[in-house]
Write a protein that binds this ligand. Structure first.
Ligand SMILES: NC(=O)c1ccc[n+]([C@@H]2O[C@H](COP(=O)([O-])OP(=O)(O)OC[C@H]3O[C@@H](n4cnc5c(N)ncnc54)[C@H](OP(=O)(O)O)[C@@H]3O)[C@@H](O)[C@H]2O)c1
Length: 323
């Protein structure tokens, strides 16, 4: 399949493939699975791979990408690889070393996209979630505009082709856009997005600023007990999704993925299973009608699987804003 047309233009003139493989998994799953899945996904036609420092799998994902390059399946420029700056590294002087650490693990010269993972800073150090002696999370105070300037420098240095944000609300994006002396706009905002949380206001806002919205947990997340709100109904069991799947002779997962593409959203989907990785590529083989799209819009209930509960009291907690 020629995937060139299955890309969206970013505001810095680079392009992003509209379907990406997610690689975050719970701690119990061996990291070697990320390597296997990345190889399977590239063989199946995926050209966009999403990872992050905090997923602790960049060594494996990098190895998979490099092995597919060595085998002649793809060239480096065919792959769009995203990494994310973890929130213990938001102080400006820590940004480039953090990206260099990811690149060293990946054994790549650059990432295609580097994102600020979350607009909340934690105390710098080796711990992913640093806690004090009472078990309380230790936050840090960082000016996100200064963090952004450090990302701009990484782009100028060629370490990241494009730079963007993740889990930002519209006010936090606006703060970056209004920064005096802004050199590069964020190309995207990667956020949770699926029929139960369709982010229609944030999507309209991002489109109006030429910022791509990238959807994560588009199938309703991996239900990881450490991070995911288990009280929300399982998206893929939704009867409306099932009915549309029956109508189109596809699966509820494909309906949820197709929904995003047709509203101009780049969509990530995590699977470590060969059959489902191949199935997810079928998203390009059918179309939903405008009536189907309206029905799917009607499922919105602003239900968030990934509430990042540890930061709920923080003044920069992005989800206390309406969008
Ligand atoms: N920026 C952020 O803060 C953030 C937060 C969360 C996630 N993300 C990114 O977004 C990616 C995707 O989100 P997510 O991992 O939360 O989950 P997701 O893509 O919504 O769903 C993954 C779950 O759906 C299953 N699945 C995949 N394809 C399927 C199919 N065709 N039919 C039925 N089930 C299917 C997977 O299981 P199998 O593996 O068994 O197929 C997995 O359990 C992540 O991996 C990560 O890269 C970013």
């Amino acid at each position: 399949m020629d995937l060139k047309h299955l890309c969206m233009k970013l505001n810095d003139e680079h392009v992003i493939p509209v379907l990406g493989l997610g690689t975050s998994e719970s701690e119990e799953v061996p990291k070697s699975k990320a390597e296997e899945a990345t190889k399977l996904a590239i063989d199946a036609g995926f050209r966009h791979i999403d990872s992050a420092y905090v997923y602790k799998n960049e060594e494996e994902v990098g190895r998979a990408i490099r092995s597919k390059i060595a085998d002649g399946v793809v060239k480096r420029e065919d792959i769009f690889y995203t990494s994310k700056l973890w929130i213990t590294f938001l102080r400006p002087d820590l940004v480039r070393p953090a990206l260099e650490k990811s690149l060293k693990k990946l054994q790549l010269h650059y990432v295609d996209l580097y994102l600020i993972h979350l607009p909340i800073a934690l105390k710098p150090g080796e711990e992913i979630l640093p806690k004090d002696e009472h078990g309380k999370l230790m936050f840090d105070t960082v000016d996100l505009c200064a963090t952004w300037e450090a990302l701009e420098k990484c782009k100028d240095a060629g370490l990241a082709k494009s730079i963007g944000v993740s889990n930002f609300n519209h006010r936090q994006i606006e703060m970056i856009l209004n920064k005096p002396g802004l050199k590069y706009k964020p190309v995207c905002n990667q956020v949770e997005c699926h029929p139960y949380l369709n982010q229609s206001k944030l999507l309209d806002f991002c489109k109006s600023k030429d910022i791509v919205l990238v959807a994560y947990s588009a199938l309703g997340s991996n239900q990881d007990k450490d991070w995911v709100d288990q009280s929300i109904p399982v998206l893929l069991d939704d009867p409306v999704l099932s009915a549309l799947a029956k109508k189109h002779k596809r699966t509820p997962a494909l309906i949820a993925l197709r929904y995003q593409l047709q509203r101009g959203v780049v969509v990530l989907v995590k699977s470590y299973n060969e059959k489902r990785i191949k199935e997810n590529m079928q998203v390009f083989e059918f179309q939903l009608t405008s009536e189907d799209m309206k029905v799917l819009d009607g499922l919105n209930q602003n239900a968030r699987y990934n509430p990042v509960i540890f930061a709920a009291d923080h003044p920069d907690y992005p989800y206390s804003e309406e969008y």
